[in-house]
Design a protein around this ligand. Sequence first.
Ligand code: SF4
Length: 299
Amino acid sequence: MPDIPFWNKCDNRCVMCANLPAFARAPSGRYRLKAQIKRFESYLSGFSGAYAKNADNSAALNLTGGEPTLHPDFLKLLAYFRKRTPGRELSLLSNGRRFAHAPFAGAALKAAGAPFSVAVSLHGSTAAGHDAVTGVRGSFEAALTGLRNIFSLKSPGQTVEIRLVLHRRNIKDLEKMLLFLLDEFSGFKAWRAVALHYELDGRALRNRSLTLRLAASAAAVNSAARLIRGFREFRLYHFPLCLLRKELRPLAWVTLPPEDRSYAGGCGRCVLRADCVGLMASYNARFGPGELKPLYKSR
Ligand code: SF4
């Protein structure tokens, strides 16, 4: 899915943000309504250079930021995208805070139509844990209220993805986060939970206090397998299959574009390669493939 940066400003300051601070500091002119529509029309007419990331994937349109919902003309832009791409999935990546305002949540869901998915990240099982990652007091409560509004106002064809972005600052909280999600949201339909290893990009690349090796992250996920089985739908992003327990491998998705993936070490002869995300290229550049355990025959 092409990544379409709707807006470059954000009201969180997440420690693992995959954007550099310079992205948010830059002027917003190129993201204004007219400029966005012009770029989108050029994309629709076949210009592959309209968007830098994931341009070749036509499955869905991935609306990102910054925080997309802070765009001054967010509702108009979203409605325009829907009108120009009927039947195509729009996927919105948001910190969830603006959805705490119920009238906004209702208007956004109406503008988005279907098929539509909204992905909101939770960074801890408590307000203290989440807010320490986002750098904004109150962001946990706002994101939760936003999620509840989305769940109560969404229509058929609209789904929710709750993401747990794992790094050293929250990995020990994984089981409590999973329990929290099960407690809070098990009664709702049409949603999934996702655990993903943080991307070594942007601010996260510079923040050594986040450093968490994939083997350690996967070990925590493997230990939580019993809880993960309690979810109706659960996905794992950015995890090499060889680091996951066999029963969890079907939950792993390849969401990164080819240019962001690396198949190093023994990947070339690994029987799991066809379905595997491999290593994030930036991860391989920093840590190399030493943690991988290629499988040369089915286990
Ligand atoms: S060795 Fe490489 S291809 Fe095989 S499961 Fe691990 S990361 Fe994937």
